[in-house]
Write a protein that binds this ligand. Structure first.
Ligand SMILES: NC(=O)c1ccc[n+]([C@@H]2O[C@H](COP(=O)([O-])OP(=O)(O)OC[C@H]3O[C@@H](n4cnc5c(N)ncnc54)[C@H](O)[C@@H]3O)[C@@H](O)[C@H]2O)c1
Ligand SMILES: O=c1ccn([C@@H]2O[C@H](COP(=O)(O)OP(=O)(O)O[C@H]3O[C@H](CO)[C@@H](O)[C@H](O)[C@H]3O)[C@@H](O)[C@H]2O)c(=O)[nH]1
Length: 438
């Protein structure tokens, strides 16, 4: 089938590549000229395991093409995916202006019947509005259907998720749209859940809000564990064995970040508010997460009283491992507080440093590896659970000026750290009762 994808960010690029991989002819369009130029050279613009290989393979087979020209992208397309950003507005609601711009472009250019598929995360009711917008701006006498097809990929495992996702949600209001999307998605072999458009839009927000709720819940449990002497990792393990609860998303830490949970939880609260509903539970989830982001700095201050003039190492900058995405990464808030408190901050991340350099405070020093980052530091903070950190011989911390580690992601066993004489503070687990520096 001939498919156009509008937007080549995380979702658009992965969508385009995976649709080409299952045999479709895909043309991707973006307004960002530099991005398209880079993609055309066979280099991906995001760090995502397995993506570049598949992209290059499908470009070589002539099934995947990148352009900044809408006319070229939409020519003869039978299905058009919209995968542009829907960033947070000042009031917390989702900003749908890019989606609307894309819809107007489509309406003025298409010359054949087409199904427009919304991949972007949009508030309930947006697809109905987009349908109206398309009808109002059509220049030719063609039939346009609209379908909601929210995306559930996780950064860092996007390719795996595209080919082995749990479900594909399709919201539509006519048979043609359902049939077209069944045909497009059939080769994935993933169950398709068919529903109405508004329910499909809501499934996306409700799913993200529920996962965020699990995280804030376990983070609250972690706080109590610390006070009663329990171990949150063991608690989560025991809870997760109950299939009704499940293991995923019960990892306590320094809160959720990224381009989705923070913005989508707030957008759902706003959406509820628009229909005079106060979503108290989700407001609590967001509040818990905000408080979470500063706990390592608070613990650092409890331990040192003042960190002025101290050298603090920050390990991990991206909002989660296996991505270079810095959007809403907790590292932004933490490094800024450390600088404000007068510390000298040395950072290291296996892949996100290039992105981080444009975002974090310019007073920060970037080290080229973990050893360099730790040398001469008074304390280390672990913000992202990269394998490189989890698998390291913890002896590496002994070369610090004082081996004191504040682990926001529970990367190490407290017993091992105790054995190595490393002062160790983690999340929701007993602290190691040794004090290296008085
Ligand atoms: N990032 C994720 O993991 C993820 C997962 C599921 C859903 N989503 C949702 O998918 C949507 C896209 O997210 P993303 O992370 O891929 O965003 P992104 O910011 O990485 O990419 C958006 C792209 O759209 C392009 N663009 C903007 N306006 C355009 C226009 N009028 N025409 C053509 N291109 C245009 C931008 O230049 C950019 O390259 C959002 O609604 C997001 O909430 C994201
Ligand atoms: O048990 C957990 C799981 C995650 N996190 C944090 O939560 C954030 C988000 O992680 P994750 O959900 O793995 O990554 P995303 O790429 O943001 O993916 C989420 O957001 C996407 C955009 O909407 C959805 O498509 C995905 O289904 C949804 O998982 C990160 O900061 C993680 O560190 C935790 O603290 N504890």
């Amino acid at each position: 089938m001939k498919i156009a994808v509008i937007g080549t960010g995380y979702v658009g690029l992965v969508t385009g590549v995976s649709l080409a991989e299952i045999g479709h002819h895909v043309r991707c369009v973006d307004v960002d000229v530099r991005k398209i130029e880079q993609l055309r050279t066979g280099k991906v613009t995001i760090w995502e395991p397995g993506l570049e290989e598949l992209m290059v393979k499908n470009m070589a087979k002539g099934r995947l093409y990148f352009t900044t020209d809408y006319e070229v992208a939409l020519e003869q397309a039978q299905v058009i995916y919209i995968a542009v950003g829907t960033p947070e507005s000042e009031d917390g609601s989702a900003n749908t202006q890019f989606v609307e711009q894309a819809a107007k472009q489509i309406a003025t250019m298409i010359r054949d019947d087409v199904v427009v598929v919304m991949k972007s995360t949009v508030p309930v009711g947006t697809n109905d509005r987009i349908y109206q917008l398309l009808q109002e701006n059509l220049k030719h006498n063609v039939r346009v259907d609209v379908a909601s097809n929210p995306e559930f990929l996780r950064e860092g495992s996007a390719i795996e998720d595209a080919f082995r996702g749990d479900r594909i949600v399709v919201g539509a209001n006519n048979l043609k749209a359902f049939e077209m999307l069944e045909e497009v998605n059939k080769p994935f072999g993933i169950p398709i859940f068919k529903t109405d458009i508004r329910s499909a839009e809501m499934i996306k927000y409700a799913s993200n809000a529920f996962l965020a709720t699990k995280i804030s819940f376990i983070n609250e449990i972690a706080n109590i564990c610390e006070r009663v002497g329990a171990n949150v990792d063991l608690v989560a393990q025991g809870m997760g064995m109950d299939k009704r609860i499940g293991h995923p998303f019960l990892k306590a830490g320094i809160g959720y970040g990224g381009s989705c949970f923070p913005k989508d939880t707030k957008a759902l609260i706003q959406l509820a508010g628009n229909v005079a509903y106060d979503f108290k539970l989700l407001e609590g989830v967001v509040k818990v997460n905000q408080e979470r982001q500063t706990i390592l700095v608070e613990r650092l201050l409890e331990r040192f009283h003042s960190i002025e003039g101290k050298q603090i190492t920050v390990l991990g900058l991206s909002f989660k491992p296996n991505t270079d995405d810095m959007r809403e990464a907790t590292s932004i808030i933490i490094t800024e507080s450390l600088i404000q408190l007068g510390a000298h901050v040395v950072c290291y991340d296996p892949v996100a440093m290039d992105n981080a350099k444009g975002i974090l405070n310019t007073e920060i020093t970037f080290a080229s590896n973990m050893i360099e980052a730790l040398g001469n530091s008074d304390a280390a903070l672990i913000l992202t659970e990269w394998d490189e950190f989890k698998e390291v011989d913890v002896q590496v911390f002994k070369q610090m000026k004082s081996p004191i580690v504040f682990d926001g992601r529970n990367c190490y066993a407290p017993e091992v750290m105790a054995e190595m004489q490393i002062e160790y503070y983690s999340i929701g687990r007993p602290n190691i009762p040794i004090t290296i520096v008085k």
